[in-house]
Every structure is written in structure tokens, then in C-alpha cells.
Design a protein around this ligand. Structure first.
Ligand SMILES: C[S@@+](CC[C@H](N)C(=O)[O-])C[C@H]1O[C@@H](n2cnc3c(N)ncnc32)[C@H](O)[C@@H]1O
Length: 393
């Protein structure tokens, strides 16, 4: 999560601010962690609209862009963090952790009738203590807004930071000799302290102008956009669906799944969102359709994409070639680090990150010169070709 957050303090942030200067609104069509939307909402006077297929992503964006005041020292959030749960106070685990203890926690967690975090993920992604704390915090989420959204976003960030899993939540670490130390490390993180740190960070951040975070599909949002919109697109580059890697966070965002199963404790495939941008056979057409739609709406656009061939069959150069006919294309290149989402990693179980060049592609609608025959009713002989500039292409 948040692959763009580190780049925002460098060239990516500068380019974004420069390009936003003449816009009326900033739109992020693939918002993910909301890092880019948060950056723009706090540093400009533009309303920000975010879209993502996943509910957890909506919550992460909304926690900042839908709020225009600080929540530092807010008593509702303070009370929430103090939610009492006797069993949740203990953050230390039996040491050393063994496979027998992990399996016993799994068995115990699955017999709990209350609390979906414990039932779904206890003993797998989280120790029993962590899972029960996450459940207690979920059960006591504030009723009022904007505190509820901020608290839920903090819970999602906390669940991500404490998971005994390799940087995403497709599958938890299994209690093998090699991986037990990593489970122990993750299980020793305090849910309560992590949640407090996240709340402090989120509470201090807010938008200059109130924005809106939506769950939705990028393509079907395009017809609602217009000329004043500066549209940021950081689409998937992997041929594996994001919903497979972040199902635990989505589970927390939506209050649990009907059922989870398998080593990954994942919901049924049918209940996970799918994106054409993560299907090798469909991603090029999906990108082309997106570009055609955005061009019709007259938006200015910025796309970030790995410069090398990505596993969904696209590359930054492919996108530049697709856009060149209808747009003035201005590419920049920045150094980036991407999650391999389960692919080859850097030697640590928690990691799977790869350095690469990222293309930052700026597209401005080009006024194309076309010959349009102007018909005069009833006088076909008077049809005269006239040269006009068209913005819609
Ligand atoms: C590369 S990530 C974006 C990362 C984001 N810029 C950040 O810094 O966290 C791509 C995101 O697009 C979302 N997504 C995939 N297909 C989509 C679609 N058709 N419409 C909207 N969102 C989509 C995924 O759920 C994922 O969160």
C-alpha cells in the first residue's frame, strides 16, 4: 500500500502541484491508499474526488479528503482508543513462539462466536490478543462522523502494519522454522499503540476544501468528468487482482465476509472485485478505452506506470504510444520502488519490492485539425470543406 507516498516528497509531488495549478478539481481514478489524494487535498485549494473498486480504499481516502478541520485531541477519538477490553491489554506473546502455539491460537480463534477479526484471522494474520483488540476497537467505532471514518481508516492501517504477512495480505506466514521469527515479530506489535500513532497522524491532516471518496469503477466515472478536471491515474500493473492481495483490509473495511477459507483466509472469489486492468488479455483495451473516454471529456491527465513491461502486458511506452494520436504527451521519468505483489522479492519474507523507473506521463488534449464538410440543405453542390479545430477529437 502507498507506493506513491515516498515519491510525493520528490519530483512526483512537484509535477503534481505544477499541473494542478490550473485545474478546478483533482480526480484520482485508482486511489489505493489515497496518498496522492491526501497530498493534493492538503496542499492545494482544489476539491478532490477519489475512486477505487475497493471499500477500504474509499475509507483511507475519505479519512482526510472529506474533512476540513483538525481532529487533534478530539475526545470521541480519545475515548475510542481507550476502549476497554481486559484481554487486549497484553501485547507480549509466549516466547519463543512455536508451531504448536500458533496452531492452538488458530483453533481457539475459530471457536469464537463474536468478532469477525478473531474468527476470520486470529492465529493466522494476528495473534489472538491482537485480533481481539482489533475486534474490540471495531465494535466500539465512533457513531459520529468524521470520527468514525478516521477511526476505521486507522484500524485498516493498523491491521496492515500488524499482519504476519509479506507486505500484503494474500496469505499469512505459516509457522515453519524459517517463518516463525517473522510471525513472532508481527505478533509482538501492539495494536493499541499502532492505532494511536495512526490516529495522531490522520487527525492532524485535513483538506483545504472538502472532497469526496467513492467506491466505483474508473471507466464508468469518466463520463461524469469535464474540462476543468485534472485526472490522475495510477492503474494496476500486475496481472493478479488487487482484491486477492488486500482481502483482509477489505474485510475490515466492510465489517467481515460471509465466510473465509484456505491458507489465505480469503473470501470466495465471486465476492472479490475484479479489474480488467489486472487481466493480461483485457488491460490494453481497458487502457485505450480509458484514454478515449478522458479525451472526449476534455480532461487533462497524468498517468504513472512502470517504464518496463509490467505483468498485465502494459508498459509506460505502450501508454505513450496509445495516447500520442489524440494528446500532447509529455513524459517524465522518476525512480520508484514497487511491490512485486507476491513475485520475486528482496530475500526477506516481508518485502517483495523492486526498484524501477516509473513513467510520469502528462497528457493535454490536443486540438486536432480535421476537414469537416459543411452541408447546405438542398444545395449539395455548395458543400465546402472547412478547417476547424476540435477539442473533442
Ligand atoms: C497501483 S494501485 C494505486 C496506488 C495508489 N496510487 C497509492 O499510492 O496507494 C491501483 C488501484 O486501482 C484500483 N483499481 C483497479 N481497477 C480499477 C478500476 N477499474 N476502477 C477503479 N479502481 C481500480 C485497485 O483497487 C488499486 O487500489
Amino acid at each position: 500500500m502507498g507506493s506513491k507516498s515516498t515519491l510525493l516528497s520528490g519530483d512526483l509531488g512537484k509535477i503534481l502541484l505544477h499541473e494542478s495549478a490550473t485545474a478546478n478539481r483533482f480526480v484520482d481514478l485508482f486511489a489505493g491508499s489515497g496518498a496522492v489524494a491526501h497530498f493534493i487535498a492538503q496542499r492545494t485549494e482544489l476539491p478532490v474526488l477519489t475512486v477505487d473498486l475497493q471499500e477500504y480504499a474509499r475509507i483511507l481516502s475519505a479519512a482526510i479528503i472529506e474533512r476540513t478541520g483538525s481532529l487533534v485531541g478530539d475526545t470521541v477519538l480519545e475515548d475510542w482508543l481507550a476502549t476497554s477490553n481486559a484481554s487486549a491489554a497484553r501485547a507480549d506473546n509466549p516466547n519463543p513462539l512455536t508451531a504448536r502455539i500458533v496452531n492452538a491460537e488458530r483453533a481457539q480463534a475459530s471457536s469464537f462466536s463474536e468478532g469477525f477479526v478473531t474468527r476470520h484471522y486470529g492465529g493466522h494474520y494476528y495473534s489472538l490478543v491482537q485480533a481481539r483488540t482489533l475486534d474490540a476497537l471495531y465494535a466500539e467505532l465512533p457513531k459520529s462522523e468524521p470520527q468514525r471514518t478516521v477511526a476505521l481508516a486507522a484500524l485498516i492501517h493498523t491491521a496492515s502494519a500488524c499482519a504476519a504477512a509479506p507486505g500484503h495480505t494474500a496469505q499469512p506466514f505459516q509457522p515453519t522454522e524459517t517463518l516463525l521469527p517473522f510471525i513472532e515479530q508481527a505478533w509482538s506489535r501492539s495494536v493499541r499503540d499502532t492505532a494511536r500513532n495512526v490516529v495522531e497522524r490522520l487527525a492532524a491532516a485535513f483538506a483545504t476544501v472538502r472532497g469526496e471518496a467513492r467506491v466505483g469503477d474508473a471507466q464508468s466515472t469518466v463520463p461524469t468528468l469535464g474540462e476543468g478536471d485534472f485526472v490522475f491515474c495510477d492503474p494496476p500493473y500486475s496481472s493478479v487482482q488487487y482484491s486477492r492481495f488486500y482481502h483482509v483490509l477489505e474485510g475490515i473495511g466492510r465489517g467481515g465476509w460471509d465466510e473465509v477459507s484456505g491458507n489465505g483466509r480469503a473470501p470466495a472469489r465471486a465476492s472479490r472485485k475484479t479489474s480488467e486492468f489486472s487481466m493480461k488479455s483485457k488491460a490494453p483495451a481497458a487502457m485505450k478505452n480509458l484514454l478515449v473516454g478522458l479525451r472526449r471529456r476534455g480532461c487533462r491527465v497524468m498517468i504513472t506506470f512502470p517504464d518496463a513491461d509490467a505483468s498485465n502486458g502494459l508498459s509506460g511506452q505502450d501508454i505513450i504510444a496509445m495516447a500520442s494520436e489524440d494528446w500532447t504527451v509529455q513524459p517524465h521519468y522518476v525512480n520508484s520502488i514497487h511491490s512485486t505483489l507476491g513475485g520475486s522479492n528482496d530475500g526477506t519474507p516481508r518485502g517483495g519490492r523492486k526498484k524501477l523507473k516509473e513513467a510520469v506521463i502528462i497528457l493535454a488534449p490536443r486540438s486536432t485539425i480535421v476537414n469537416v464538410p459543411l452541408a447546405v440543405a438542398g444545395k449539395p453542390e455548395q458543400i465546402t470543406p472547412r478547417t476547424v479545430a476540435t477539442a473533442a477529437g
